[in-house]
Write a protein that binds this ligand. Structure first.
Ligand SMILES: Cc1cc2nc3c(=O)[nH]c(=O)nc-3n(C[C@H](O)[C@H](O)[C@H](O)COP(=O)(O)OP(=O)(O)OC[C@H]3O[C@@H](n4cnc5c(N)ncnc54)[C@H](O)[C@@H]3O)c2cc1C
Ligand SMILES: NC(=O)c1ccc[n+]([C@@H]2O[C@H](COP(=O)([O-])OP(=O)(O)OC[C@H]3O[C@@H](n4cnc5c(N)ncnc54)[C@H](OP(=O)(O)O)[C@@H]3O)[C@@H](O)[C@H]2O)c1
Length: 514
């Protein structure tokens, strides 16, 4: 039995949920946040050393500049939390948030015929379409709320660890040491984390940002002659970047201006543009090669067998570029970080881990920096038949404008497509969403929306082998252009042609139009 009926419910109080609450504030939404804090991954999924890896001025709400926005240092996770709290307080958004309130179930109570036909009517039809079951930390009883429209902002990362599968009797249960996932490591204070790593043989699985940062924390805890080396087991190589400049040129020049993105494919391009893109492909490769040559010169990638075979562009186009902590290779040079390349299967034995070729690594502690299973969070709450449509028909989430699943009525998803700044990517879509639910424009037909999402996925597929991450970084400006057009905004947002072509686009360019 639903106890409260409101227009809009938002699930999750991370960056996306708070951005959605701010943009939809005129509807007085209810935000359910499972924990006692806003901030999501910045609160619950950060190490002591975690910093933003996007330039500060890109990870900024369009109407709330960082106090020191020209400071080129990367803010710590705590600074990001403080910034988000200031934003939420300034815009009086916290009053909408129900903390310690986990959504455990969602039920569809809308018109089943229109759901079966996957029709989009009015997004606020004046009657509830979804019921949301919420469990608080104070009570076992599930409280039910009814909403006309639900915005899902539960995050792609954090909360649910992706744990590798092991053959029977070869899992963590037979290992005499400790196994932790990075999400558990985030919960440790400084003393506990040092204790876990210091003087121990640590094996880290993963070679992405969580793994790289952890290797450095592990090395730092193991300074001195009694310290042990931490071994990173690297399955897939990726390009890592020491800072945002390449051969003295600012990094944004390569991918974040209109001129640079002009070289890349985008959805809905006509025949001539497709032809042009084909002809420009040597230039795209040249850009990628310039960056690769810089990284290979600047970092000892070849010495450590860490030079990827694939082009840099493929990592950039899949939002996988990790900023390397300054001392990563100096710790490797000191012997505190060792690298083991292995693409094979692995499992546990009593004293450590073993690989398919029979080689073994002794270990006291095994850290799984193996990422997260964000889809599970969705699958746990979205009811059938919609659950089975989440990734229909291509195995990726079809999200029109990165927000609306054409097959799921009266529901939006924020924070599921990525770009260089996921804050900006979420915020501009929330602006679009607020106008959409306000009936300032209407969605195209379901078929048209699906067609658009297919085109975007096709471009991702053609650009990078890692396309499943749903990243739009090589055509992000075009994506925002389309959003602006639908909102009735001008899509060219700079003051001059020169700036339009050669200066980077970020959230400040999308300040509210009066
Ligand atoms: C360590 C780390 C560093 C990152 N660094 C960057 C970076 O430098 N630049 C960048 O652009 N991106 C970065 N990202 C990506 C990051 O995920 C986004 O930038 C952004 O913070 C995601 O916000 P979100 O609100 O979408 O998700 P989350 O931060 O995951 O927030 C989701 C919220 O939903 C809540 N929730 C989940 N399920 C439920 C439920 N059933 N009921 C109620 N509440 C629920 C969670 O408690 C959480 O508070 C990073 C990610 C991680 C993990
Ligand atoms: N701002 C920051 O400082 C910061 C810090 C941490 C995380 N993040 C962000 O958070 C997100 C998640 O990052 P993440 O590093 O936690 O996860 P991730 O990007 O999903 O990386 C998981 C890593 O684990 C490896 N892996 C997975 N299963 C494995 C297995 N069975 N055996 C061996 N290796 C395995 C993967 O290898 P394959 O590539 O071969 O699959 C990959 O290297 C990313 O968007 C990242 O940018 C940002």
């Amino acid at each position: 039995m639903a106890v409260q009926s409101k227009k809009i419910g938002i699930i999750g109080g991370g960056i996306s949920g708070i951005a959605a609450a701010k943009q939809l504030s005129k509807f007085e939404p209810v935000v359910f946040e499972a924990t006692d804090s806003i901030g999501g991954v910045w609160k619950h999924c950060s190490y002591r050393s975690t910093k933003l890896q996007t330039p500060r001025c890109d990870y900024e709400f369009s109407d709330f500049p960082w106090t020191q926005r020209d400071n080129t240092s990367f803010p710590s996770y705590q600074e990001i939390l403080d910034y988000l709290y200031s934003y939420a307080t300034y815009f009086d958004v916290l009053k909408f948030v129900k903390f310690n309130s986990k959504v455990v179930e969602i039920r569809y109570i809308g018109d089943s015929e229109s759901a079966a036909r996957a029709e989009y009517g009015s997004l606020l039809p004046d009657r509830p379409v979804w019921e949301v079951g919420v469990q608080t930390t104070q009570s076992e009883t599930i409280q039910w709320y009814a909403f006309e429209f639900v915005v899902i902002c539960t995050g792609k990362y954090g909360d649910i660890p992706a744990i590798p599968k092991f053959p029977q009797n070869k899992g963590p249960e037979i290992f005499k040491g400790k196994v932790v996932h990075t999400i558990d490591y985030c919960k440790l204070n400084e003393e506990e984390s040092t204790q876990l790593l210091k003087g121990k043989k640590v094996v880290i699985f993963g070679y992405k940002k969580s793994a790289i940062d952890l290797a450095v924390e592990c090395a730092e805890a193991n300074q001195g002659p009694e310290g042990e080396a931490c071994t990173m087991v690297v399955r897939t190589l990726h390009w890592t970047v020491p800072h945002y400049s390449v051969w003295g040129l600012p990094f944004y020049m390569f991918y974040s201006t209109r001129a640079s993105q002009y070289l890349h494919e985008r959805p809905n391009q006509g025949f001539l543009r497709t032809l042009l893109c084909h002809m420009l492909s040597p230039m795209r490769s040249a850009v990628s090669k310039i960056i690769e040559s810089y990284l290979t010169w600047k970092l000892p990638l070849e010495k450590y067998g860490l030079k990827p075979d694939h082009p840099f562009e493929e990592d950039y186009a899949s939002c996988q570029m990790a900023i390397l902590p300054e001392n990563f290779f100096s710790e490797a040079d000191k012997g505190k970080i060792a690298i083991k390349r292995s693409t094979s299967k692995w499992w546990f034995w009593e004293g450590g881990v073993q690989f398919e070729d029979g080689s073994r690594l002794d270990a006291d502690v095994v850290v799984l920096a193996t990422g997260f299973d964000g889809k599970q969070k969705l699958k746990a709450i979205i009811p059938d038949p919609f659950r089975s449509l989440l990734e229909f028909p291509s195995g990726m989430m079809p999200l029109y404008r990165g927000t609306i699943n054409p097959l799921i009525p009266n529901m939006a998803f924020v924070g599921y497509i990525e770009s260089v700044s996921n804050l900006h990517t979420a915020e501009i879509r929330c602006k679009w969403l607020s106008r959409l639910v306000d009936n300032q424009f209407r969605l195209p037909s379901v078929d048209k929306m699906l067609e658009q999402t297919m085109k975007e996925m096709e471009i991702m597929r053609r650009t990078t082998r890692f396309y499943k991450r749903s990243c739009i970084s090589t055509f992000s400006i075009n994506h925002s252009d389309e959003i602006c057009k639908e909102m009735g905004w001008s899509s060219w947002r700079k003051k001059s042609w020169i700036a339009e072509a050669f200066s980077p686009y970020n959230s400040q360019d999308y300040e509210e139009e009066k």
